[in-house]
Design a protein. Structure first.
Length: 134
């Protein structure tokens, strides 16, 4: 997991959808992207709702507007949150990839095709070696 490439880390950054959104989209969870509205479910910032301002796949964290902490010098800094600790409340549907994922057979993986009848290939037999050959 720590050596995973970014295209696989993206999948690991998934968060569950709100129950009403889950029923309408027929998907249980999706990777979090910048622009999604989420609610923090666990931790010190539980109950805070905001938009995702940044996604950090290298450290497996997201940054949510409103989830900030005051630093020693008085300035505020955003606190990273793990995607499994949030609930997606609304989706940003500007991305074409996301639209295709949600429309693909009602959100479920496509079924495998069955082979056509009469098109079964037979394996070619290997020529057996003569008994005296090495």
């Amino acid at each position: 997991m720590l050596n995973a490439p970014l295209h696989l880390r993206h999948r690991l950054m998934a968060a569950p959808l709100q129950p009403s959104l889950r029923e309408s989209q027929h998907v249980r969870s999706l990777p979090v992207v910048k622009g999604d509205t989420v609610v923090v479910e666990r931790g010190d910032f539980a109950g805070i709702e905001g938009k995702v301002s940044e996604v950090d796949p290298v450290n497996f964290r997201i940054y949510v507007e409103g989830v900030t902490r005051e630093k020693a010098d008085g300035s505020s800094a955003q606190v990273p949150v793990h995607p499994s600790k949030v609930l997606i409340k609304s989706l940003k549907l500007d991305d074409e990839w996301r639209k295709t994922v949600l429309t693909r057979s009602g959100g479920k993986a496509p079924a495998k095709r069955k082979p056509e009848k009469g098109r079964v290939r037979k394996r070619a037999r290997r020529a057996s070696k003569p008994s005296g050959a090495k």
